[in-house]
Every structure is written in C-alpha cells, then in structure tokens.
Design a protein around this ligand. Structure first.
Ligand code: KIV
Length: 278
C-alpha cells in the first residue's frame, strides 16, 4: 500500500482487500510520539507484546499483562489518524477458550480504541477466531514462531524445517478459514512462507519470512537500534539511535560535572528578557 494522502483510517477489510496488491507496511509502536511518526508511513501499527521486552526489560513476552497492553494501546491510539491499530492479546488472556478470549478482546477494543487484536496460534485457536470475528472482533493471526510458546519450542528457533512445514501450513490455512483478516508469519523458512502466501486468501505479513509475503512487519526499536538485547538475522537496522542517545547522555553528564550546564541562556533573571518564556 502506498503512503496515502487521505486521512480516513484504514480498516481490517481494507487490509484484507490488499492481498496480492501493494505491500502492507507494518511496524510496532508503544507510545504516542512514536505512533505519530509511524502513522505517516505505515498501513498497520501493532501494539505488540514485544513491548514487554523492548520497553519493560522483561526476558520474554510471557510476563506482559492485559493492563500493560491497555496502557500502551491508549497511548498509541492518541498518535494515530490513518493506520489500522492492532493490539496483541497477551499470554494467558485467550488460551482458555472463546469466552475468555472474547471478554479480554472486547476489553482491549473498548479501552484502547483499537480496531483489531492479534493472537498467536494456528489450528488450536481457529475456533476462538471464528467466535470472535462473528462477534465483532477482527483478528490478525500469528503462526510459525509464536514467541508466547518459546518454552515449548525451546528457544526462538526457525520454524518449518524438517517435516514441520506441513503443520504450519495447515495452521495458516485454518486461521484464514476461521475468519482472520491477515496472518503474521514469523521466522519460518522462505519456501514455506511463499507457499502459504500463494495459497492463503488473506494477506500474509512476514517477519523473518519471505519477500513474497503480502506485507512486512518489524519491531520499531529494532529498526532504530534502540533495543540491543539481541538482534535477529531478519532485522534490518535503519538507524543507531541507541548509540546516539548514549553519546547525548554522556555529553550532558560531562557538562554538569564540569560546570558547562546550565549556561546563562538557560537561566532566568529577576525581570524577563526579550525572548524569555513566561
Ligand atoms: O509483539 C510483536 O511485536 C509482534 C511482531 C513482531 C509481529 O508480534
């Protein structure tokens, strides 16, 4: 999808209709100022549960709560005009079954103003996806490496190698047939992502998947060089803001220690001078 000039917000059906057309550009965001930046260039903004690792210092996404997603979702909502906002359902908020998933998905939508939620899993969550979409909750699905199952996989491993590709293929088709409007394919082999994209009737959004996917998503802190915990092969760095920020902080600390800050222009006289803020 090209960067559009219209201000109408994109909807899940708009994204579903982009299958096989212009690439769907997606990034994560967790705060208002970053959402404002991303909104201008992206079709979908995901308030991902990756927030737990990149902003809260958690070792995985497993400790992320519904309240955290609601707080970050509200902040992102205030920064968006055009992009479709999707919020992740955190670990433990939907796996018990359709009723639990509906209760928590509805809360995410009502309290954050998002237009859709994302949940992880394939055939095992197909019934839940059918239940939620029939009741007004659009679903972005997520198959392949599903980080909330990191302990089952034994690490953040490439999925779909060996005989496992057919299972992931069936997962993708199951969530599409259940009514999801798009599917994230994470860290799967390239031929498998291509095969799913050719067969699925809804857009595939790749993250470490294939250039054949209908769209791409990355974590904003990864592309900006702000998250240095680890760096997956599928991340492309577009800036080194982490090291730029460190240099700025070091310069400030040195200025304070050596008496260069604050300088006269940062201080207030008894009577205001021309150009002073009140
Ligand atoms: O939580 C997240 O940021 C995600 C994306 C990487 C797809 O699920």
């Amino acid at each position: 999808m090209s960067v559009a000039v219209e201000t109408k917000a994109l909807t899940p059906p708009d994204i579903a209709a982009s299958k096989g057309k212009d690439p769907v550009v997606c990034l994560t965001a967790y705060t208002t100022p970053v959402a404002q930046l991303v909104d201008r260039y992206c079709d979908v903004v995901l308030v991902g549960d990756s927030v737990g690792m990149v902003l809260h210092g958690l070792p995985s996404t497993l400790g992320v709560t519904l309240d955290m997603m609601i707080m970050h979702g509200k902040a992102v909502r205030r920064g968006l005009e055009r992009a479709l906002m999707v919020v992740d359902m955190p670990f433990g908020s939907y796996e018990e079954g359709p009723e639990q998933a509906f209760r928590n998905g509805a809360r995410l939508m009502a309290e954050t103003g998002c237009a859709a939620v994302k949940l992880e899993g394939g055939e095992s969550v197909a019934e839940t996806i059918r239940f939620l979409t029939a009741r007004g909750i659009p679903i972005m699905a997520h198959v392949g490496l599903t980080p909330q199952s990191v302990n089952v996989f034994g690490g953040y491993k490439v999925q779909g190698r060996g005989g496992d590709g057919d299972r992931i293929f069936r997962d993708a088709i199951a969530v599409a047939e259940a009514g999801a409007f798009s599917i994230v394919l994470e860290k799967v082999t390239e031929p498998l992502a291509r095969r799913i994209t050719e067969r699925a009737t809804i857009p595939t959004i790749g993250v470490g998947a294939s250039d054949a996917c209908d769209g791409q998503i990355l974590v904003i802190d990864d592309i900006l060089g702000m998250f240095t915990g680890f760096r997956p092969k599928f991340v492309k760095r577009y800036a080194e803001l982490g090291s730029a920020a460190e240099a700025a902080i070091a310069a400030y600390a040195a200025d304070v220690r050596e008496g260069r800050f604050p300088a006269a222009e940062h201080l207030f006289a008894d009577a205001p001078k021309a150009g002073d803020v009140p």
